[in-house]
Write a protein that binds this ligand. Structure first.
Ligand code: SAH
Length: 459
């Protein structure tokens, strides 16, 4: 270890920043956030900076007298001689000093920070590689969500109460582990502190019943793992059991917790591995066993995903759950295929419909679909493609209307076949796109010719 990491309390302490440029300004900002009083010294100081509360600006060249009464110094000038002088004088006086980007002149270095106050993460590569530090920060951002602040504040609020109620320290630790990594934490993270508090009180009342099951209904997006949300990823790595179907791509399933139990519940067209009711029951049973259950669904759970039915059963059984939205096929697939769903010249609205055949027919409001200046996106429409094109033309849509069928959008296997209402059924019979496929109809499809080349996933 090359440095001793510590957190300094600088509240109401006078700190000195030498320099008036952008870097100096940033340093002043950090110091102010930590509650310091800041003296800024530079020949020229930005007016806005000088006017900040708790800032005293001294427009002059740096001088030893500016060190009077300060507890910490940061030098951020672009003049190495000045920086060196600051460093020497500070060291003589045993005042901690940091010179930006010059470790040799520093008695302490400033870490990169991830601020989830009161929770703070400070990290540093000791000057070895700022880029690595930046990458690390990105990783930390994903595993420590923004509202961890809230969680920390929540824990702080109940700290004393828990201490008096759970007197055994070992038990208290387990209590907090279950609270901060379980249902209560999830409630706090979604902003529902009222329920969180109620649950915490319940847990305090019934200490033995600490492990409670819950269900996360999570949208996994259309296929590319990069399109997952932070929250999805976090819950994927937390769940004890994963229940998924065949719309969820393998790379995404592989990102769930390594030791989690994985249950495949299928659902290809007409070949339902488990019926919907059986899935609903399975989720309830697992949660009642005290498990954290991840119900992973393709796209968005609330768009043709039957997510509503699944949570209805959970709610009826009193099982805590949360729903995490995902990027739905329409938006993910369209953007990877270079087709904007709306466009001022071609479409002012966009409709999502299901082409799922019931008793061999497609029960849709054809007049509404055939209207001009809109985009129609059809989920589960491949098998009804002929009917779809014929009915639209019968209801007044020109048979020259552009239409695209996109196979396995956003994945390595993405393939796009375009044509018109008149030609696409024939083309599809030859090209035989593989499920899942999405159909997009409307003038916007033409824009693909111009836009597809800008996308890495064009086909
Ligand atoms: N809840 C999902 C949709 C489930 S219905 C969502 O929001 O995306 C299943 C249909 O979604 C498929 O038949 C297909 O039409 C469409 N779909 C899902 N993922 C797709 C993909 N990667 N490429 C093309 N279509 C996709």
């Amino acid at each position: 270890m090359d440095y001793l990491p510590i957190f300094l309390n600088v509240k109401a302490q006078l700190c000195l920043v030498v320099g008036g440029g952008e870097v100096a300004k940033r340093k002043v900002g950090v110091l102010l956030e930590a509650g310091a009083l800041v003296r800024v010294v530079a020949p020229e100081i930005d007016h806005a900076l000088a006017k900040l509360p708790n800032v005293t600006a001294i427009e002059s060249r740096f001088d030893a007298q500016h060190l009077m009464g300060v507890t910490l110094i940061i030098a951020a000038t672009n003049d190495r001689i000045v920086n060196k002088l600051v460093s020497e004088l500070a060291r003589e006086r045993n005042i901690p000093v940091n010179v930006v980007d010059d470790p040799e002149l520093c008695s302490f270095i400033m870490p990169a920070i991830l601020d989830r106050s009161p929770l703070m993460v400070a990290f540093s590569s000791g000057g070895a590689s700022p880029v690595l530090t930046r990458i690390m920060r990105g990783k930390l951002e994903t595993i420590i969500p923004q509202n961890y602040s809230r969680l920390a504040a929540f824990a702080e609020r109940f700290r004393e109460l828990v201490k008096t109620r759970v007197t055994n320290p070992a038990k208290r630790r387990i209590f907090w582990e279950n609270t901060l990594d379980g249902v209560v934490a999830e409630k706090v993270l979604t902003g529902d502190e009222v329920s969180a508090e109620r649950m915490l009180q319940q847990m305090l009342a019934d200490e033995d019943n600490i492990q409670r099951g819950e269900v996360y209904l999570v949208g996994a997006g259309p296929g590319d793992p990069d399109l997952l949300t932070f929250r999805a990823l976090r819950l994927m790595q937390k769940a004890d059991v994963v229940v998924y179907d065949n719309l969820v791509s393998q790379p995404i399933v592989d990102m769930t917790r390594r030791d989690a139990q994985r249950i495949f519940v299928g659902k290809k067209r007409a070949d339902h591995t488990l019926r919907q009711e059986e899935i609903n029951e399975l989720l309830v049973r697992l949660a009642k066993e005290g498990k954290r259950v991840l119900r992973l669904k393709g796209g968005d759970p609330f768009i043709f995903g039957r997510g509503g039915e699944e949570i209805e059963t959970l709610a009826a059984e009193g099982i805590p759950f949360q729903v995490v939205p995902g990027i739905t096929a329409a938006s993910g697939v369209a953007s990877y295929a270079g087709i904007p769903l709306t466009h001022r010249d071609y479409a002012q609205s966009c409709m999502f419909v299901t082409g799922h055949l019931k008793d061999g027919t497609m029960n849709l409001d054809w007049d509404a679909l055939a209207r001009p200046k809109q985009t129609v996106v059809v989920y589960m429409g491949l098998h009804g493609l002929d009917t779809l094109c014929t009915e639209l033309v019968n209801h007044g849509m020109p048979d020259s209307t552009p239409i695209a069928i996109i196979q396995q959008g956003t994945t390595q296997n993405q393939r796009v076949v375009t044509g018109t209402l008149a030609t696409l059924p024939g083309l599809a019979a030859i090209e035989k796109p593989q499920a899942p496929t999405l159909i997009i109809i409307g003038g916007v499809v033409k824009l693909r010719e111009k836009l597809q080349w800008f996308h890495p996933h064009n086909s």
